[in-house]
Design a protein around this ligand. Structure first.
Ligand code: APR
Length: 237
């Protein structure tokens, strides 16, 4: 029998319990780094060395992190649902947890791409995670972090919208819903599709009908969501 489609949109909050700093919480990344210097197209043009160093540090931090029980709970849901993860995160924790379908909206920390040809992408190997503006790919091109900087288009957003429009259930975990177009996905569900928003300090979603807010951390919220979905399935018989 065809499984219902469960689409989940995750932000930095799902990786917080893996020890990866979020952006806008107290002590967040943007408190310690000038976002437009280290994560924008203009910043990269102005000082590529600073940007490479910023992402080198985030890769070093990622090496110390591992998926938490929220990432793993999403994998468990694949038993009863076709689960599609859309993530704003550039870490690879969903992949390492075992999620089958992961769509990155803002790029991938463990990859680099050609400065001149955005379709030429290479995975970094664990021994060579540090990059500089002089880093070249196997094809000889100068390479850059495979990150969608501010001021750059989000190539995967159309695919993400299509997924959300097919969802039978939509889940949002650990995002402040301030960065578009990702934040707009919550408006793309079909009428009547239940939306669950897991966040200990959720943004106001009162303008969107049918949102069930679970005010909790990702790990606790996923425990509660699993129970809610189980109840729903047992009632359906
Ligand atoms: N569990 C779940 N959510 C959490 C937890 C936790 N343990 N801790 C914090 N959060 C929530 C916060 O309440 C907040 O709503 O995670 C969210 C983090 O918000 P941001 O730091 O703004 O991160 P995010 O929404 O993913 O940022 C979006 O902004 O800077 C860009 O490209 C960057 O992808 C990022 C985008």
């Amino acid at each position: 029998m065809k499984k219902p489609i469960l689409v989940v949109s995750t932000g930095a909050g799902i990786s917080a319990e893996s020890g990866i700093t979020t952006f806008r919480d107290a002590g967040g990344l943007w408190e310690n780094y000038p976002v437009m210097e280290v994560a924008s197209a203009d910043g990269f043009r102005r000082n590529p060395e600073l940007v490479h160093d910023f992402y080198n540090k985030r890769r070093r931090d990622l090496l110390k992190a591992k998926p938490n029980s929220a990432h793993l709970a999403l994998v468990d849901l694949e038993r009863d649902y076709d689960v599609y993860v859309i993530t704003q995160n550039v870490d690879d924790l969903h992949e390492r947890a075992g999620s089958e379908h992961v769509l990155h909206l803002h790029g991938e920390l463990m990859k680099i791409r050609s400065v001149t040809n955005p379709d030429y992408v290479e995975s970094l190997d664990i021994e060579h995670l540090e990059t500089t503006p002089a880093t070249r790919g196997k094809n000889g091109d100068y390479m850059r972090p495979h990150i969608v900087f501010f001021q750059e288009p989000v190539p995967n957003i159309e695919k993400a919208i299509e997924l959300v429009q097919r969802a039978d259930i939509f889940v949002v975990i650990g995002t402040s819903l301030v960065v578009y177009p990702a934040a707009g996905l919550i408006q793309c569900v079909r009428p009547g599709v239940p939306v669950y928003y897991i966040d200990p300090n959720p943004a106001d979603t009162s303008s969107v009908s049918g949102v069930h807010v679970i005010r909790a951390t990702a790990t606790e919220g996923m425990r509660r969501l699993a129970e809610i979905l189980e109840d729903g399935r047992s009632k359906q018989g």
